[in-house]
Ligand binder design. Structure first.
Ligand code: ATP
Ligand code: MG
Length: 568
């Protein structure tokens, strides 16, 4: 599980083709400078990973005449916080990317942005408006009707400058005035109908404190920040396509910009069974539907990390989905496939019985302990082998036994025979039950001649192979089975409130899982495949030395379906 981003070439796509064409034209002196511009108003989610892999990936592909900036778009102080800034940096680094010295904040440019606004006023391209929010909406028109000019639109330059300066010094109440670009109230693109550039807002900013009571709008700050950083390619998601004319207008009308960036759009990542907006994720946290931003059921990068996803798997996933220009929803199974591929190659194997049922091997001597050898990773010989203890009493999965088997069930049944993986075959002789009729143990016998995979003599070869844990040596640990957070592929189908589609069984906590003794030393952050059960991750927060807690990352492919398929 490599922690640094591989530089294996990405598939070509329309963005990469466009950049290649720009380079061929000799644009930007052959430089490719991108940026990842999160607003620090929440934790990053898997959709952001797509943007991170694209922007930082392009910089890697075009080295050495390239770089990718991390810029916090912190123009909305009411919702932003340093906790989010810190988590975003941690997540980008965890994904394997590094911005080096190119860490920026839009708030670093507040003075410059203010100067540019005065410049636009001086040019007659911006004015202060006193309309109320409601009037602004009314004057804006609709998609089918042009807007109307505000009565304040033709204020003189001096008056506008004076009012804007007084907005800055705090003379007016929040929302009492705004600075607007003077473009065209009849423009077919609503974003060009004299959009707001600055608003009055008394809010403490996580970096500039109380210095400002006016804040630039995102659509104003973003292009100018790009230009100030000499970004060459400003890549964003499709919903900004309609904002591109305003982006261009600002770049073309503000003098003194060091760079000439171009905005290009690609489709955002949507995933089935997933909500993916910081606002919605914040609601899940605030309302207590999950245990926090890094709850392993969350679509946040920190959630995936805690669930046991690896940076390599997420990067591979982003490479697989590629870039398109049309809206689509990706099947979450593709992401699950990516982590299985990685963990299949790299996770250590171990035995764990999640829902135990006791097996007593009657003809196995009491007190005897032997060790069977099991590979730590059949996909990687260098991972070595380990000795797994075996004795007379074992635990197997309840699921691996059926008293009244359905057709096609090839594991243990009364009178039937099954192989204990890496050991020998056992036959079930008796099913012991308590007064309430619950099965308490299975009495079995073993056949010593079936070790090392040898077929039983004179009996059919058992079709099933099951895992087990020695009762005497097992230890109990908490195992958390995470499932999808939503029951619906589209949690918001038909305008449903996504909360109404939460999966009530998205977390099941097992407290008496029986684990093989080697797992007692599992290091927080270690990945395992519990054989035949799934991939598990040693929870980095809640595990203590000697008492690990395991999170299910993802199940194995349905072995039951596979078994049925094999017998057909
Ligand atoms: P959210 O609605 O989740 O807050 P956002 O787009 O407002 O998303 P930003 O912090 O502004 O979040 O995003 C930073 C960058 O990540 C932007 O360039 C944005 O286009 C990109 N991004 C956000 N969501 C996705 C997504 N689902 N797929 C791809 N890129 C995304
Ligand atoms: Mg946002």
């Amino acid at each position: 599980m490599s922690d640094t981003a591989a530089s294996s070439p990405a598939r070509s796509d329309f963005i990469r083709d466009m950049i290649a064409a720009d380079l061929a034209d000799g644009r930007n002196d052959g430089w490719v400078i991108t940026r990842f511009p999160p607003e620090p108003n929440g934790y990053l989610h898997i959709g952001h990973a797509k943007s991170i892999c694209l922007n930082f990936g392009l910089a890697q592909e075009h080295a050495p005449r390239s770089r990718c900036h991390l810029r916090f778009d912190d123009t909305n102080p009411a919702k932003e916080d340093t906790e989010y800034v810190d988590s975003i940096m941690e997540d980008v680094r965890w994904l394997g990317f590094d911005w080096g010295e190119h860490l920026f904040y839009a708030s670093d440019y507040f003075d410059k942005l203010y100067e540019f606004a005065e410049q636009l006023i001086q040019k007659g391209l911006a004015y202060v408006d006193d309309l109320t929010a409601e009037q602004l909406r009314e004057y804006r028109g609709t998609l089918t009707e042009p807007g109307k000019n505000s009565p304040h639109r033709d204020r003189g330059i001096e008056e506008n400058l004076d009012l804007f300066r007084r907005m800055k010094t705090g003379e007016f109440a929040d929302g009492a005035k705004i600075l607007r670009a003077k473009i065209d109230m009849a423009h077919p693109n609503m974003n060009m109908r004299d959009p707001a550039l600055y608003r009055i807002l008394r809010a403490h900013h996580h970096r500039t404190g109380d210095k400002w009571c006016i804040y630039p709008m995102y659509d104003y700050a973003h292009p100018l920040s790009d230009a100030l950083e000499s970004i060459t390619h400003s890549l964003c998601t499709l919903e900004f396509e309609d904002h591109r004319p305003l982006y261009e207008w600002l770049i073309n009308n503000v003098d003194g910009l060091p760079g000439r960036p171009y905005q290009r759009e690609f489709a955002r990542l949507n995933l089935t069974y997933t909500v993916m907006s910081k606002r919605k994720l914040l609601r899940l946290v605030k309302e207590g539907h999950v245990a926090g931003w890094d709850d392993p059921r969350m679509s946040t990068i920190s959630g995936f990390r805690r669930r046991g996803y690896t940076p390599a798997a997420i990067r591979d996933f982003c490479k697989t989905i590629g870039l398109t220009k049309f809206k689509s929803t990706t099947d979450v199974a593709l992401l699950e496939h990516a982590i299985r591929e990685d963990l299949n190659k790299n996770a250590l194997r171990a035995y764990a019985v999640l829902r135990p049922i006791k097996v007593v091997i009657e003809n196995y001597p009491e007190g005897r302990v032997e060790h069977v050898e099991a590979p730590n990773n059949p996909e990687d010989e260098s991972a070595g082998k380990r000795q797994v203890p075996l004795c007379r009493e074992l635990h197997i999965e309840q699921d691996d036994f059926m008293e009244n088997p359905v057709a096609g069930f090839h594991r243990l049944v009364p009178g039937g025979e099954v192989r204990l993986k890496f050991a020998f075959c056992i036959i079930c002789k008796e099913v012991v039950k308590d007064a309430a009729g619950n099965i308490t143990e299975l009495r079995c016998t073993y056949d010593d001649a079936t070790r090392h995979g040898k077929k039983p003599e004179g009996r059919p070869k058992p079709k099933g192979i099951i895992h087990w844990v020695s009762a005497q040596h097992a230890f109990e640990a908490e195992v958390r089975l995470y499932d999808r957070l939503f029951v619906n592929e589209d949690p918001e189908a038909g305008d449903a409130d996504f909360i109404s589609n939460l999966n009530p069984h998205s977390l099941e906590v097992l407290t008496n899982a029986k684990l093989e003794p080697s797992l007692k030393d599992a290091k927080p952050g270690a990945h395992y495949q519990f054989e035949r059960v799934g991939y598990f991750f040693t929870d980095p927060k809640d595990s203590q030395p000697g008492t690990p807690v395991f999170n299910r990352t993802v199940g194995l492919k349905d072995s039951w379906a596979k078994e049925v398929a094999k017998t057909k």
